[in-house]
Ligand binder design. Structure first.
Ligand SMILES: NC(=O)c1ccc[n+]([C@@H]2O[C@H](COP(=O)([O-])OP(=O)(O)OC[C@H]3O[C@@H](n4cnc5c(N)ncnc54)[C@H](O)[C@@H]3O)[C@@H](O)[C@H]2O)c1
Length: 352
């Protein structure tokens, strides 16, 4: 029987609740499917770990993660530790070390979940966010801090290789779905990097004549995503733009607790990492009321990536079935179900 080694990082806050619950559901999927087993190795790296050790993970942390088949993460960040420390001390090093240059963030509507939009449109959009460069860089600096002469420079990095590979991934996804790709740009205001982004996108588009390619300024696509999400199939965006669009998308799904994501390293041999879009939600941590759907759908994405599409599809569709029942909605969806109740319902249905 196949065995997958999963590195598990629950992280902080509700991550410590939804990740163990997600692993129990994954076990139910493996049991129901019978063709594979998952072996977990859990790492306590988090803000709590930082407060004890002065760093977010040990010096050999990335090497240890590299021995796994996949990484399953909750969320990091907690009051008392600045967010840039948790992000740059753990998540960004993982995304870069393993060249996880794709951040795939699917958003879709679910029957039974009203969402905030009038008329509850049906939509299914894949947001492909560039994950290794763009606006999230440490290039820049501050001089004369705190004085009247203070100067701050924050650079964005766009490489031909980086833009071309994210475009090819997005075009491939569009080709395998309904054949439409929209690119988020801002070439009117950002005069160097965004015209370059468009230029590379158009060059790659020439290799995909069967994909209908379009460009939107980021402000316009943000509005269109809210007004008519059903018009989009795949959206490709830079690191910052993709981050913002996918949080809008998560809100359209009914709440940020609903959305999954995959940090994927296609064709690089690097380990991929799957995590919900939400953060550690300190306000509701420890109460057992977090919505586990984003974590469970991330688990389904991980199974798909590991080469178990049937198991992934089964988990995905059971989550969708469970969401039809309002008695199985958590508080963020207007219900009163606990996280454990939702996960038990998913596991029971998986076991049949
Ligand atoms: N990838 C990550 O690890 C990640 C992502 C985003 C934020 N963070 C960190 O998380 C901390 C909190 O950040 P934030 O408040 O901006 O974002 P957040 O996603 O944690 O919370 C935003 C809002 O959504 C709610 N929420 C989030 N997930 C939910 C769930 N599963 N079920 C029900 N409600 C949920 C929260 O209660 C809150 O009202 C910060 O330290 C931030 O840096 C981490």
């Amino acid at each position: 029987m196949k065995r997958f080694d999963i590195a598990v990082i629950p992280g902080d806050g509700i991550g410590r609740e939804v990740v163990p619950a997600g692993c129990r559901v994954l076990d139910a999927v493996a049991e129901a499917h019978g063709g594979f087993r998952l072996r977990y190795k859990s790492y306590p790296w988090s803000c709590a770990w930082y407060l004890k050790h002065g760093k977010m993970m040990p010096d050999d942390g990335l090497k240890r993660l590299g021995d796994s088949d996949s990484i399953f993460l909750g969320a990091v960040g907690f009051p008392g530790v600045a967010d840039h420390i948790s992000l740059w001390g753990l998540l960004i090093p993982i995304r870069r070390q393993f060249r996880q240059y794709v951040n795939a963030r699917p958003i879709r509507s679910f029957p039974g979940v009203a969402g905030p939009l009038r008329g509850a449109p049906t939509f299914d959009v894949l947001i492909v966010r560039e994950n290794n460069e763009g606006e999230y860089t440490e290039v820049g600096g501050r001089i004369y801090p705190g004085t009247d002469e203070e100067v701050v420079v924050q650079a964005a990095i766009f490489t031909r290789r980086g833009v071309e590979r994210i475009m090819r991934y997005a075009f491939d996804q569009a080709r395998s779905r309904s054949g439409r790709l929209a690119s988020a740009t801002k070439s009117n205001g950002i005069v160097h990097s965004m015209p370059f982004w468009d230029e590379v996108a158009r060059m790659v588009a020439a290799d995909y004549p069967d994909v209908e390619y379009s460009e939107y300024h980021i402000d316009a696509i943000a509005a269109q995503l809210v007004l008519t999400p059903e018009r989009f199939d795949v959206i490709v965006a830079s690191n910052l733009f993709g981050d913002i669009l996918s949080d809008i998308g998560a809100a359209l799904m009914g709440g940020i607790g609903m959305a999954p994501s995959g940090n994927i390293a296609p064709g690089t041999g690097g380990v991929s990492m799957f995590e919900p879009v939400h953060g550690s939600a300190p306000q509701i941590a420890g109460q057992g009321i977090a919505n586990p759907v984003g974590q469970l759908l991330s688990a389904a994405m991980m199974l798909h990536h590991l080469g178990e599409p049937d198991a992934a599809g089964a988990l995905d569709s059971v989550v969708a079935q469970v969401l039809i029942d309002p008695a199985l909605h958590t508080a963020d969806l207007g219900g009163s179900a606990t996280m454990a109740r939702v996960c038990d319902a998913v596991a029971e249905r998986l076991r049949g």
